[in-house]
Structures are given as structure tokens and as C-alpha cells.
Design a protein around this ligand. Sequence first.
Ligand SMILES: Nc1ncnc2c1ncn2[C@@H]1O[C@H](COP(=O)(O)OP(=O)(O)OP(=O)(O)O)[C@@H](O)[C@H]1O
Ligand SMILES: [Mg+2]
Length: 361
Amino acid sequence: MQSSAGTEPDKRAYLDVVGVGKAFKGTSVMSDMDFRVERGELVSLLGPSGCGKTTLLRIIAGLTSADAGDILLDGRAITRVPAHRRNISVVFQSYALFPHLTVAENVAFGLRARSVAKGDIAPKVDEALQLVRMRDFADRPVAALSGGQQQRVAVARALVVDPVLLLLDEPFSALDRKLRETMQVELKSLLRDRDMTAIFVTHDQEEAMGVSDRIAVMNAGKIEQFATPSELYARPKSAFVMDFVGLSTRLRGQIQKTDGRVMQIGTANGIVFANGAYGVGTKVTVGVRPELITPGDGENTISVTLADAMVLGAKTQLHGVSDSEDRLLCEVPGIQTTLTRGQDIAFGWSVKDTLVYEATV
Ligand SMILES: Nc1ncnc2c1ncn2[C@@H]1O[C@H](COP(=O)(O)OP(=O)(O)OP(=O)(O)O)[C@@H](O)[C@H]1O
Ligand SMILES: [Mg+2]
């Protein structure tokens, strides 16, 4: 049995994905994937379409075989254990319920497949339906349920078998925004109460921020950053993560001067300063979170023409334009009506809030 390289046995993660690689018909979709989840954690895989989220989930579940690497669960290699013997539950995007069966029959299905004693099935099903507050619907055919109700049945069916790990692949993507938010809160407390370890796939960054202990941001078969939601937002490791998690003002620039700690950066919107140590001449992307910018002068200041002031209720978004194609965005709390389109204003912010990344193109 292969152990996770270089780690003490007691330091092992609950789920340890070590050096996993996968190619489809000769095209690599992931290589050297390392991914560790602690017991009881709710972790999200967040990334654009096609980056490999479902593939990684299927490899962990044993539904797709990896070409390289190992999967360890609770210290045991399960790489060659078939899917039906891993006791990992998967909730698919489509729910994959049996429409002609009732709610209770759907939930009981996995227990029957595992040859659970007949007398034990009904109480377990009842408990699982109670958890997702679907007990009153037990005898209804699944076809006669709303999307949100079907989703809950799918979760009950996944939980009833007491899985060692729960995998959810975009379970809420078919639901409207309100119901999605309700389901997120419910799922989170349900999993916490049961101390369940779960991996949740989404390409909705707000959803990932809302439900997760930690988020793995994926890009083209690689994990770009794996951190808590607040860490990802405040200290994105790359311009990709900054763009994928939250909004930002984004300027293209070039380092003009540096003392090794503070850099002077020339942009199409004027000079800005930032902490960092890129060398003179380096082309960079400068980012600032919009709520850290205020209208008016700051340590860093750029002039913009207001293209739009969008009142969103709890905040107002100020969209600037300039001669450059850079994205200029500032968010102020509350309803802001004194600023109008076409007005020239300043965006100001602190040096410490200025994120800088080496430009990739
Ligand atoms: N069975 C398969 N055969 C060939 N290529 C595949 C197969 N499954 C996935 N791929 C390819 O692998 C890459 C990753 O796919 P995957 O489904 O894991 O992406 P994803 O991150 O889940 O995307 P989405 O957000 O659209 O669900 C894609 O380029 C996809 O076309
Ligand atoms: Mg997918």
C-alpha cells in the first residue's frame, strides 16, 4: 500500500488524492493532482466549465479510473476498490432519481442494494427523509415533486447509506436563486450536524463562498489555490483566482521603479504604488477589490469617467471608463444617488490593498 508521500501517519488527511493524472483519448485533462480534505470538512471545487471538476469527483468516487496516482481514504488506498465498495455517495447534477418510484422507494434503493435487513430499511428511510424535511412526501412519485424537493430526495438517498464521503456535483444548478440559497443553508447545517465530509462542485463562486470551509479553485486540470473563502478573496494567489472569486478593478501596467518592497507601476490610468518585488520593466496586472475603493483621492488615485452608477440595494456599483480598456469598478455601501453618468471622478484606495500579478500575456 502506498502512503501519502512525506507525511506522518497522524498528519494524514482524511481524503488524500496523490498525484492523480487522467487523459481522455490521449488528451490530458489533469496531471499530478494533489488534493487533501480533512475529516468533517465541506470543500468546494470551483472552476470554469471543462476544468476537470466532474472528472476529479468521478475519480474519487471510483466511477472513472485514474491513469496515475492514488486515492487514500482514512489512510487506506482505495484506488483499486470498485465504486460500489467505497461507500462514497454521489449526488449528481441531474439527481438521477427513479421517476416512477415513490420518494421512500428512491431513498430505500441504496439500502436494498446493500442488502440491509428488511426491518431496518423503513426506519432509516424515515430518518433520512426527516433530515431533509420530506417525510410528508414519502409516498409521492418523484415525478410529482418540484426541483427543490427532488434535490432533497437526492440528498436523503445519498445520506441514508451512511457514506464515508459525500460528493455533490453542482446539485443546485437547476434551482432558482432563492431556492438555491435556502438549500445551501440547509445542506450546510445538515452536513455539520452529521459531521459529514463532503466535496461540493460548483462554478458559482458565491455558492462556493457560502457553503465551504475551504475552496479549491481549479483551472485547466490544476488547483490554482486551495484556501478558506476569506483567504481566497483577500489574498488571491493569481490573477485567475482574483477574477474567478469576486469582482475587482483591474489595470494593466508595467513596473517603473522599485526599492524591492514598494513598486511604482505605470498604468494607462496613471501611476499607482503597490507592495511587492517585481523587477523594473515587468508587465503586471493590478487588482483592487471594489469595496476597498472609495470615490475621491487615496494613497493611489486614478481618474475615471462614470459610465454607470448601478443601485443594487445594499450597495451601489460605480462603473468607470477611461481611454484604456481596463475594468474600473468601485462599490459604495447603500444607495448612492449623488453621482451621475458622464461625471469625472477619482477612485482612491490604499497601497496595501493593491494586488499585483505578473501578466501572463
Ligand atoms: N468521457 C470523456 N471522454 C472524453 N473527454 C472527456 C470525458 N469526460 C470529460 N472529458 C473532458 O475532460 C475535460 C474536463 O471535463 P469535466 O467534465 O471534468 O469538466 P467540469 O469542470 O466538470 O466542467 P463543467 O463545469 O462543464 O461540468 C473536458 O475537456 C471534457 O471535455
Ligand atoms: Mg462538471
